[in-house]
Design a protein around this ligand. Structure first.
Ligand code: NAD
Length: 240
């Protein structure tokens, strides 16, 4: 798919991987909708990066786990652009507990509601208007091998991968649905201790840069014969 002139929503794109994906889309000439939950000033920085490529942008605050906010966001996108061609479900939270015994019901629900249900709500609301296009869900290596994180995070990402397969079947051939499953990425989601612990686990001896994830997303968007696929970007840590 030619990305120039398309309208792309990137959830959680005020920073980190989402910001890198937004910038990569803009570099390809796509108009970018920058969604954020907390920091408008950071979202505006992403917008500035995108605008430097001469594309149109829209910044929208919406919690992806809340249907009314997502519905309003999608309506606003349609109001401005009249279309939506690309959805990147990137918004995600790690949850603070790693030890299964520490995970409260509230924490379990919060992680599931953002990482899994949120991605579904965004797709479902967008499908009211989106008849053709591409969806990429940002999963995680934890969704495939369990990871070194909390069980709720791993389950949410495993669920996101299963949902990717299911939607790929339902929405083909008009909408192609794929996922990217990163290993550790150098963003604010992981702290220095975790970064140093995880670095040696990849064969490249490195933590991925957000741009490496964005690169895989662009590859999936530009290719018109891949659907129901999960692209691993983990420096060879997991081979399957
Ligand atoms: P990050 O914390 O820097 O970015 C996540 C973004 O999502 C933040 O801007 C946050 O405000 C936003 N967000 C959180 N809850 C939201 C909500 N309810 N509604 C809208 N936005 C919300 O982390 P990141 O590393 O850039 O993570 C991006 C995605 O990549 C996440 O889905 C994460 O699970 C996944 N991932 C990250 C890593 C890693 O090591 N950093 C590895 C594998 C997968």
């Amino acid at each position: 798919m030619e990305l120039a002139g398309k309208v792309a929503l990137v959830t959680g794109s005020a920073r980190g991987i989402g910001r890198a994906i937004a910038a990569a889309l803009a570099r390809k000439g796509a108009n970018v909708v920058i969604n954020y939950a907390h920091s408008e000033s950071e979202a505006r920085k992403t917008e500035e990066m995108c605008r430097s490529y001469g594309v149109e942008t829209l910044v929208i605050k919406a919690d992806v786990s809340k249907r009314d906010e997502v519905r309003r966001m999608i309506d606003e996108i349609i109001g401005k652009f009249g279309r939506i061609d690309i959805i990147i479900n990137n918004a995600g939270i790690l949850g603070k507990s790693k030890n299964p015994i520490d995970v409260t019901d509230e924490e379990w629900d919060a992680v599931m509601n953002v990482n899994l249900k949120g991605a579904f709500i965004v797709i479902q609301e967008a499908l009211r208007y989106m008849k053709k296009g591409k969806i990429v869900n940002i999963a995680s290596i934890a969704g495939k091998d369990g990871g070194t994180v909390g069980p709720h995070y791993a389950a949410s990402k495993g669920g996101l991968i299963a949902m990717t397969f299911n939607l790929a079947r339902h929405l083909a051939p008009d909408i192609l649905v794929n996922a990217v499953a990163p290993g550790p990425v150098d963003t604010d989601m992981i702290n220095d201790e975790l970064r140093e612990k995880l670095r040696p686990l990849s064969l490249t001896g490195e933590i991925a840069k957000p741009e490496e994830i964005a690169h895989a997303v662009i590859f999936l968007l530009e290719n018109d014969h891949i659907t129901g696929e999960v692209v691993d970007v983990n420096g060879g840590r997991l081979m399957d």
